[in-house]
Design a protein around this ligand. Structure first.
Ligand code: KIV
Ligand code: ZN
Length: 390
């Protein structure tokens, strides 16, 4: 059975860059865009051109250099926004305008002080206007997660008629449960006339830690694009993490869904974004965190030394991490100590290992992590007269 492709829409440079204090300049954005293109993302959302002259010029420069991916600019359902985005994107090989409006009653009443009918009309007009500049127009129904499904289906149907090629269904507030978000996508697949003409897209925020689960529920139910950011960065608790959704699909082949991502570039891309933004990656972050392939408890270390797959469901090399690491702490066992001692040149017999292990435990109770230099000192202190490998 041939696999279905899920398009990866990267919004690190737009939604991701909305992290307070992590603003990038155009030069940094161009470097990241180049790397995202190499990584194999299908769409790069380069910015929100009307928001500032800096953002306009970033989108403009990115549009000039990107070789493979579609380059996209965000707009509101406002004529001027759309004109400015079209101008910023004019050098792109594959330009896309991403326009939209809030569709939940909360947005309609409190943000726009208007009616569903007027929102529908503004949505149609925005898509038609964007379509007069570019062929590829994505429509977002902001706060779709809390939008009544029947009204959402009506909006989707009308914007497809107006020419939308992609329908973005954002869970803007990160509120949905995976079942609920999946059911919303299924409802749209089953109830929107003409849905086969457009790609449904998941755009899930992480306020309750469910962005990845919701996006996966979306593609299982028929969406074929995921909007995400490197390291899951973004406003509040962030966006869906690119590396997580890509690896979920790779590690679960029976889902028959795949992406174009070169996964071996995931770790270095994560580092590039983290360093450029001055935003460290949490050590326990799935896939790219410093501890994602580190083992520190005795039971786990023994299992991994015998067979890596005992405690690892993916190969670190597949995401660009050289190897798994065996971290020595007071929770480590003899197997881990022997393994690390061997790496720095000591082949310990069982009796020698017992002696060194006792010295190690005393040391480890005082120090958080035992490093290679510490191993040399511990072996010396144990007085066992070991042979050292050349
Ligand atoms: O979260 C959201 O709804 C958005 C839209 C502007 C696409 O980022
Ligand atoms: Zn968003």
């Amino acid at each position: 059975m041939s696999k279905n492709n899920v398009y990866i829409f990267d919004t690190t440079l737009r939604d991701g860059e909305q992290v307070p204090g992590c603003k990038l300049n155009t030069e940094q954005k161009v470097i990241i865009a180049n790397r995202l293109d190499e990584l194999g993302v299908d769409v790069i959302e380069a910015g929100f051109p009307i928001s500032s002259p800096g953002d306009f010029s970033s989108v403009n420069e990115i549009a000039k250099i990107v070789k493979n991916a579609t380059v996209c600019g965000l707009t509101r359902s406002v004529k001027k926004d759309i004109e400015v985005a079209a101008e910023a994107l004019k050098y792109a090989k594959k330009p896309r305008i991403h326009t939209g409006i809030g569709t939940s009653d909360s947005h309609i009443i409190h943000k726009f002080n208007t009616t569903r009918q007027q929102i529908l009309e503004r949505a149609i007009a925005a898509v038609k206007y964007a379509k007069s500049f570019v062929e590829d127009v994505e429509f977002y129904a902001e706060d779709a997660g809390r939008t009544d499904n029947e009204f959402l289906a009506r909006v989707c149907e009308e914007v497809i008629k107006a020419g939308a090629t992609v329908l973005n269904i954002p869970d803007t507030t990160g509120y949905c449960l995976p079942e609920e978000y999946g059911a919303k996508i299924k409802y749209l697949k089953e109830n929107v006339k003409g849905i086969e003409k457009a790609v449904l897209s998941c755009h899930c925020h992480n306020d309750l830690g469910m962005a990845t689960a919701n996006s996966i529920a979306g593609v299982i139910n028929g969406a074929r694009q995921i909007e995400c950011t490197i390291n899951g960065i973004g406003e509040r608790a962030g966006n869906t993490s690119l590396e997580e959704v890509v690896m979920v699909l790779k590690q679960h082949p029976y889902l028959n869904l795949e992406t174009h991502i070169n996964t071996q570039l995931l770790y270095s891309t994560s580092q590039l974004v983290s360093e450029s933004m001055g935003m460290p990656v949490q050590p326990n972050k799935a896939i790219v965190g410093a501890n994602a392939f580190a083992h520190s408890s005795g039971i786990h270390q023994d299992g991994v030394i015998k067979n890596r797959e005992t405690y690892e469901i993916m190969n670190p090399k597949d995401v660009g991490v050289d190897h798994s690491s065996i971290v020595l702490t007071a929770r480590s066992g003899r197997a881990a100590l022997a393994y690390r001692a061997k790496k720095v040149g000591y082949e310990l017999t069982k009796i020698q290992l017992d002696k060194v292990y006792n010295a190690f435990l005393n040391f480890a109770d005082r120090k958080k992590e035992i490093l290679d230099d510490d191993i040399h000192n511990i072996v010396k202190m144990s007085n066992i007269g070991t042979s050292i490998f050349a």
